[in-house]
Ligand binder design. Structure first.
Ligand SMILES: CC(C)(COP(=O)(O)OP(=O)(O)OC[C@H]1O[C@@H](n2cnc3c(N)ncnc32)[C@H](O)[C@@H]1OP(=O)(O)O)[C@@H](O)C(=O)NCCC(=O)NCCS
Length: 173
C-alpha cells in the first residue's frame, strides 16, 4: 500500500536520487540543474509530499505558489482567478519500478487537496512530450486550458497548462 506524507529534510537525499534517475530515464526535468536540492525546494514551494512503498521513497510532488513563463497567466485567464488564488502542482516524480500502481495519482491528489485546503485552485504545467504525465492528468479529470513555449536559460520547452475543475478535489469537511 502506498503511503503519502509530508516531505521532511531527511527525505531529500532519496528525492535527489529519484530526480536524477527520472531525468536520465524520462527527460524530466528537461534541464536538471546542478543543484538538484534547490530544484526540489524552490522559493515558490508551499508544500511537498513523498510517497513511500515498503519504507522506501518512490515518489515526490510539490505545490508551488507560481511558475515561470506565463503558464499561470493562462490558467488565470481560463478560470477567472488571480495568480494568488492558484496553486501549482510541480516536481511530480515516480520511480520507474513503482509506476502503474497509482503512486502518481495519489501524489497528485495530495498536492491538489493541499492546494484546495489553502483556498487555491490546483493547476499545473507539463512538457507536451511527457505522455504518461498527460495521461495521468487527463484520466484524473484535469482540463487542458492552453499551451505555451516556456523559455529557460538552457533552452525552450513546449508545455500544456492544466487546471483541476472546481470540486474535483473537495475541501475536507
Ligand atoms: C507521470 C508519472 C508521475 C505517473 O506515475 P504513476 O505512478 O505511474 O501513475 P499512476 O500509476 O498513478 O497512473 C495513473 C493514471 O495515469 C495514466 N497513465 C499511467 N501511465 C500511463 C501511460 N504509460 N500512458 C498513458 N497513461 C498513463 C493512466 O490513466 C493511469 O490510470 P490507470 O492506472 O487507472 O490506467 C510517472 O510516469 C513519472 O514519474 N514520469 C516521469 C516524470 C514526469 O513526467 N513527471 C511529470 C512532470 S509534469
Amino acid at each position: 500500500v502506498v503511503l503519502v506524507r509530508a516531505r521532511t529534510e531527511a527525505d531529500l537525499d532519496e528525492c535527489e536520487e529519484l530526480a536524477r534517475v527520472v531525468h536520465e530515464r524520462d527527460g524530466y526535468p528537461v534541464f536538471l540543474p546542478g543543484d538538484v536540492r534547490a530544484f526540489l525546494s524552490t522559493r515558490a514551494a508551499i508544500a511537498a509530499f513523498v510517497a513511500e512503498l515498503s519504507g522506501r521513497v518512490v515518489g515526490h510532488v510539490a505545490l508551488h505558489s507560481g511558475a515561470p513563463g506565463g503558464v499561470v497567466a493562462i490558467a488565470s485567464r481560463a478560470t477567472g482567478l488571480g495568480p494568488a488564488e492558484l496553486g501549482v502542482v510541480a516536481r511530480l516524480l515516480v520511480s520507474p519500478e513503482s509506476r502503474g500502481r497509482g503512486v502518481g495519482r495519489s501524489l497528485l491528489k495530495a498536492a491538489a487537496t493541499h492546494a484546495v485546503s489553502r483556498g487555491l485552485r490546483p493547476m499545473l504545467d507539463v512538457h507536451s512530450t511527457l505522455e504518461r504525465a498527460v495521461g495521468l492528468y487527463e484520466s484524473c479529470g484535469w482540463v487542458r486550458v492552453g499551451a505555451v513555449t516556456v523559455h529557460f536559460r538552457a533552452g525552450s520547452i513546449d508545455e500544456f497548462v492544466y487546471v483541476a475543475p472546481q470540486g474535483l478535489y473537495p475541501q475536507a469537511p
